[in-house]
Design a protein around this ligand. Sequence first.
Ligand code: C5P
Length: 227
Amino acid sequence: MKKITIAIDGFSSTGKSTVAKQLAKKLAYVYVDSGAMYRAVTLYAMKQNFISNDYFDVENLILTLDTIKISFIYNAKLGFAEVYLNDVNVEHEIRTLQVSQLVSKVAEISEVRKKLVEQQQQMGLNKGVVMDGRDIGTVVFPNAELKLFMNASAEKRAQRRYDELTERGDIVTFEEILKNVKYRDHIDSTREDSPLIKAEDAVEFDNSNLTLEEQFEQIYKIVETKL
Ligand code: C5P
């Protein structure tokens, strides 16, 4: 069977990574969570005190970009790859609300995008990859055989994110999650460099009223037509 590239884009918490992981497992493809890479750069900037809620030293972040190494290491127990920042596992740390509140500011920086897009394209050189993010079908893999654009209501998305974070023990409120989801959607879709837009040839998918099983079934039918 020929290997293809699957690009999944969409707003925050639309379930992109869930379906991407399901597809990667079913097809024995590599799954790449590109958002995790922007989150790792953000965590780095936070640790260096380059960014906080009211401060952003863009210049020094850009100057030190070359010292940031992001890697994905497969965890067989979990069944997916975890993110490492300069050889330290940051899988848990990059998913906090604090990182979510700053990541879209970091993702606006063209130098950051350039570095990460290059690495993403390298990871997809041999195809057989499912990558999710905001600009995968438009910038990273404009020739991807299959492009999906996921959507769901902001409330549904915030509820999913809230459940995810509280399940792992984070103390957050639904209101702050909803605010963050809307805030990131706004910055991500209005930024100058690589804004979140649906690629012309992407299949749009609203999963507000679908179970995970229904969603996967419908998406896999589309995938099969491309294999
Ligand atoms: O996918 P996730 O919600 O973890 O992504 C976190 C943030 O990273 C997004 O809100 C967006 O600002 C940025 N991002 C991006 N381009 C991508 C993936 C993520 O700008 N391809």
